[in-house]
Design a binder for this molecule. Structure first.
Ligand code: ADP
Ligand code: MG
Length: 406
């Protein structure tokens, strides 16, 4: 067989395999774009679980008519223009691939208007085929992206989609995650013309949003986390062991506002609960980790669900110790802030998260047995004998799973 250069549309369809799995993944990419555009309110409308229609509308800064066709071009982005910017990227997107990928496997229309324009503009189709032209269209300031008939032209992919009800369930879970990431933004979800979720912009510290997404019960058992150390900040809630779950369905982690499913974070949380939670139970948490963007590599996963920390040992240690402290105090002291002493980085061999190191193996095996070795010389301010993630006092006995929460 001879070697061919693939046509652009096929390239896009192949790339779509990485980011577009189902309606929920389309919603994630579109909502991320709306957040990056500075939206204060985002509405997601679905028909038939998103299989027939996904419409995401925002009131963000919009795009001028001249730039609209570019948004559908592969590797076209307004978010970075150099490697240096990639290394400190603060936006959720940066690859310039979501819209062309989605457009290659659906019928996509994008309508937008900036504050300076007297009317909006719309483009439809696939930017990799032929140059697209924007046509005038009525639209308030902001952007609407409509995605119809996902995978209709690609039977091999359509086959993997489930029933509208199942796709809607996935979509709703993803939507909730996004809504938790930004309590200051209003989120609405409609399905088949009916409003399913209405989450107004929170004017508090995010408590109401957590209540709206995770429920009152979670908050009632939630201990507030507010920890700062070594340029790291951890905020959110962890449920006390009495509110543990039979599955990992209430574990929300965000790194600089980006939702992640990160093994290192999960491992650190698990380890903090080690002494108070039965092995077969799953902790419930909503945690926002903030750190210097240069300290985290977000370009580690096509759907950007995993990240790499430059100082993974420090991050692991910080999360574990902070939560451990909070859990030791229970819910008695809401707003309890933990100030961890800043310690010198542990020896590289023990704290690096890369193949071949202890931390890597422990995380990969899902074991919670790993504990950091304290540096030989404790840093000033660190009490003698204090471990990185110390054991809980004896009276904090291991909580057995309780039936009613199963
Ligand atoms: P990326 O988000 O990685 O830049 P996308 O393909 O998701 O790539 O989007 C391409 C570009 O289209 C973005 O860089 C942005 O300039 C523009 N864009 C996409 N969605 C919106 C939106 N909702 N509002 C304003 N601009 C948008
Ligand atoms: Mg994007």
């Amino acid at each position: 067989m001879s070697i061919n250069v693939l046509p652009p549309e096929l390239v896009s369809q192949i790339a779509a395999g990485e980011v577009v799995e189902r309606p929920a993944s389309v919603i994630k990419e579109l909502v991320e774009n709306s957040l990056d555009a500075g939206a204060a309110a985002i509405t997601v409308e679905l028909e038939e679980g998103g299989l027939r229609l996904i419409r995401v509308r925002d009131d963000g800064r919009g795009l001028p008519g001249g730039e609209l066709p570019l948004a559908l071009r592969r590797h076209a982005t307004s978010k970075i223009s150099s490697l240096a910017q990639l290394e400190r990227v603060a936006t959720l997107g940066f690859r310039g691939e979501a819209l062309p990928s989605i457009a290659s496997v659906s019928d996509l229309t994008m309508t937008s208007r900036t504050a300076d324009d007297t009317h909006g503009w719309a483009v439809s189709g696939r930017g990799d085929d032929a140059p697209l032209e924007a046509r005038p269209a009525a639209h308030p300031r902001g952007t609407t992206v409509e995605v119809r008939e996902l995978f209709a032209r690609i039977p091999a992919r359509r086959k993997f989609l489930r029933t509208p009800a199942t796709e809607f369930r996935h979509a709703q879970l993803g939507f909730r995650r996004m809504a938790l990431s930004r309590p200051d933004v209003a989120f609405q979800l409609l399905h088949n013309g009916r409003r399913v979720l209405n989450l107004p912009a929170a004017s508090d510290d995010g408590t109401r949003r957590v209540e709206g997404v995770c429920g009152e019960d979670f908050l009632a058992h939630g201990a507030r986390v507010e920890a700062r150390a070594a340029g790291l900040a951890l905020d959110g809630w962890v449920a006390t062991p009495g509110f543990s779950r039979s599955q990992a369905d209430m574990q929300y982690a965000f790194v600089n506002g980006r939702m992640v499913r990160d093994k290192l974070i999960n491992h650190a949380v698990r380890q903090a609960y080690q002494d108070v939670l039965h092995n077969q139970r799953f902790p419930a948490f909503v945690l926002h980790l903030s750190l210097d963007t240069a300290q985290v590599d977000v370009n580690a996963h096509p759907a950007k669900a995993e990240v790499r920390f430059r100082q993974s040992g420090l991050v692991h240690d910080f999360i574990c110790r902070s939560l451990h402290e909070v859990l030791a105090h229970g819910t008695d002291s809401p707003g309890h802030a933990v100030q961890l002493p800043v310690r010198p980085p542990p020896p590289a061999e023990t704290n690096e998260y890369r193949p071949g190191t202890r931390l890597f193996d422990a995380v990969a095996q899902g074991s919670s047995a790993y504990s950091f070795q304290a540096p030989a010389e404790p840093a000033p301010g660190v009490r003698d004998g204090e471990q990185s993630c110390p054991r809980l006092p004896a009276h904090q006995a291991r909580a057995e799973p309780t039936r009613q929460q199963a």
